[in-house]
Ligand binder design. Structure first.
Ligand code: GRF
Length: 202
């Protein structure tokens, strides 16, 4: 299945998906890595992996979010994408893009949704005193971080954790979870959990 990845920054989740797609038995191939930020590190990683990349700078569209999304949508369609993976794509989406890709757009979020939607999830988890934190892959709907949950991975919050140490622990799980959930989503069948984490998919 041809998929496109949308990024805004360092692209470590995009890189995890790129690595997964290098396995011929993985049910996706990446037809485009697109960023709203022309300076995104992830674009360089994707180029190095020999992938087609494109930057569509939202700043060129002023305040018109939908005009930017129309340009993004045209590029995704032109590339032949059949599903979209948001991977650190830091734009709020309008109903135009969520509607156009309803049921075919995935996102990864660094918390166990529905707790801690939005930004600064690791700081908020520490502040709240939760003992378990993690990440979620979900379908994208109009409400931010609100779509149906496809899979989650949990990590412990350890004594002495800072947002950085906790965030790094979660990020390692993100890199495992996203490819596994994508595989499950594309094949529509359950996956097995890796031994070292509490991975709950499906
Ligand atoms: C990740 O924590 C992801 O969950 C969130 O944004 C961050 C992106 O990191 N949506 P990266 O660009 O994939 O390294």
């Amino acid at each position: 299945t041809p998929i496109a990845i949308l990024i805004s920054g360092r692209g470590s989740n995009a890189t995890a998906l790129i690595r997964a797609c290098e396995d011929p038995s993985f049910p996706a191939r990446i037809c485009l890595v697109l960023s709203n930020n022309p300076d995104a590190l992830g674009l360089e990683m994707a180029k190095k992996a020999g992938l087609r990349t494109l930057a569509i700078n939202h700043r060129d569209f002023g305040k018109d979010r939908e005009a930017h999304e129309r340009a993004v949508h045209a590029a995704l369609t032109e590339a032949g994408a059949q599903a979209i993976c948001l991977a650190g794509y830091m734009r709020l989406l309008t109903p135009f893009l969520t509607g156009a890709w309803a049921g075919r757009m995935l996102n990864i979020h660094p918390s166990l949704l529905p707790v801690f939607p939005g930004l600064h999830t690791h700081e908020r988890a520490l502040q709240a005193g939760v003992r378990v934190h993690g990440c979620t892959v979900h379908l994208v709907t109009e409400g931010m971080d609100e779509g149906p949950i496809l899979g989650q991975a949990a990590v412990p919050v350890l004594p002495g954790d800072t947002a950085d140490t906790l965030g790094a622990r979660v990020l390692r799980q993100e890199h495992q979870l996203y490819p596994q959930v994508l595989r499950h989503f594309l094949l529509q069948r359950p996956v097995s959990a890796p031994a070292e984490c509490a991975l709950l998919v499906g």
